[in-house]
Design a protein around this ligand. Structure first.
Ligand code: MG
Length: 390
């Protein structure tokens, strides 16, 4: 039997605060709606995914899921019920046997809940996931308890709610024609239309993201999961030396610093960026900077060493890794580094696309000893921590 999904994301969703409706706010770096849509698109039992959006949300929708293989969204109505009806109408052309109707703001729906709903539609015309109510329930007048409600037989209902397509379409049409009805979910419409609705176990983590606290909690949960998935922790180190020569400035960590000498080298001789590039390449076993950018190649003469650093970062990103931190030490008697540290950290952070607080830049002298002490050249050392999928 063919199954389609209607994802209802038409709410104004402003209870969560923020500049955009909750379904378009980011959790784990991606919009809530994208997580939800991908759960259905990635499920082998679902052939079509029809999203219902709010009026004026077209560009938010495009930004969130515009690159995914989805039909054009339909615009919802004044109520949730009207929005679902429009989503069902949009599926009339493909006429699936089954339809699963799901809240756009439930991004944690699992493949197994989707599978169970589909499987139980074999035996029942309507199936909804639900959890038994475990909290004690009170009915109150204002903020004073009037009575304790017996929770026997009470269930908290989730989505996706599954239905035989023609039955729910007909129930919706009848409900729309009957004035004065206000149904908060599709199972209520089915019940009202005399369709038997079966309960199956829901999932405790299939929660609805409603408030600003829910968004923050969902974001932290996904970030924790992402970090756990990046369990392969690598440390790379790099070392570089460049000699001073004629000139009136040096470039260190991408920052041009006036000096009575320059640094000699094939590129811009930015030793700390070379050391950091080597540390990143080392963390993934990709050789060193000379392998990727041979000094014999004339195109790197005077090159901005940020190019080398970006290349190393791109190789890590291509493996779905992240750079957790980088730490650099520059050894020289002059020029003075400390006035430039903040700008250096910003520059590196921008190239690596991580927060400046994850970059350390330090400087020391060698107490007038050795080649750095005599001002013949400078040394740069770098360490980087990289996390790859485990
Ligand atoms: Mg070098």
């Amino acid at each position: 039997m063919s199954a389609a999904a209607v994802i209802v994301a038409a709410g104004a969703g402003m209870r969560a605060g923020g500049e955009r409706p909750k379904q378009y706010q980011a959790i784990g770096g991606r919009p809530v709606l994208r997580h939800t849509v991908e759960a259905f698109l990635g499920h082998p039992g679902i052939a079509d995914v029809q999203v219902v959006i709010g009026e004026g949300h077209e560009s938010l929708y495009d930004e969130a899921v515009g690159d995914l293989p989805l039909p054009l969204p339909v615009t919802g109505g004044a109520t949730r019920q009207a929005s679902v009806a429009r989503g069902l109408e949009a599926l009339q052309g493909s006429a699936p046997d089954l339809v699963l109707i799901h809240d756009g703001a439930r991004p944690f729906v699992s493949a197994s809940v989707i599978s169970h709903v589909i499987a139980h539609l074999d035996r029942h015309p309507a199936v909804i996931p639900a959890l038994p109510v475990t909290d004690t329930l009170k009915r109150a007048k204002g903020n004073v308890v009037a009575e304790t409600v017996d929770r026997t037989g009470l269930w908290a209902v989730q989505t996706p709610q599954g239905f035989r397509f023609t039955a729910i379409v007909e129930a919706h049409e009848r409900a729309a024609a009957a004035a004065g009805q206000d149904f908060s979910d599709d199972a209520s419409i089915a019940e009202w239309a005399g369709i038997e609705v079966a309960l199956i176990p829901g999932a405790p983590d299939n929660t609805k993201v409603t408030s600003a606290e829910d968004i923050a909690e969902a974001d932290q949960r996904l970030r924790r999961e992402m970090l756990l998935a990046l369990g392969d922790i690598r440390v790379g180190q790099g070392f570089d030396v460049h000699a001073f020569g004629p000139g009136d400035y040096v470039t260190l960590c991408g920052v041009r610093i006036a000096h009575d000498k320059g640094l000699t080298g094939h590129s811009d001789a930015d030793a700390p960026l070379h050391a950091l590039t080597d540390a990143l390449l080392g963390s993934i076993g990709e050789g060193d900077i000379g392998v990727h950018f041979p000094p014999s190649d004339p195109q790197w003469r005077g090159a901005d060493s940020g190019i080398f650093l970006k290349h190393a970062a791109d190789l890590i990103a291509a493996r779905h890794g992240i750079i957790a931190n980088a730490d650099l030490t520059i050894v020289c008697e002059a020029p003075k580094i400390s006035p430039h540290v903040a700008e250096m950290r910003r520059h590196i952070a921008e190239i690596l696309k991580i927060a400046p607080e994850r970059i350390g830049v330090k400087a020391t002298t060698s107490e007038m000893m050795g080649f750095t002490g005599r001002g013949e050249g400078l040394v740069a050392m770098a360490t980087a921590t990289v996390r790859l999928p485990g």
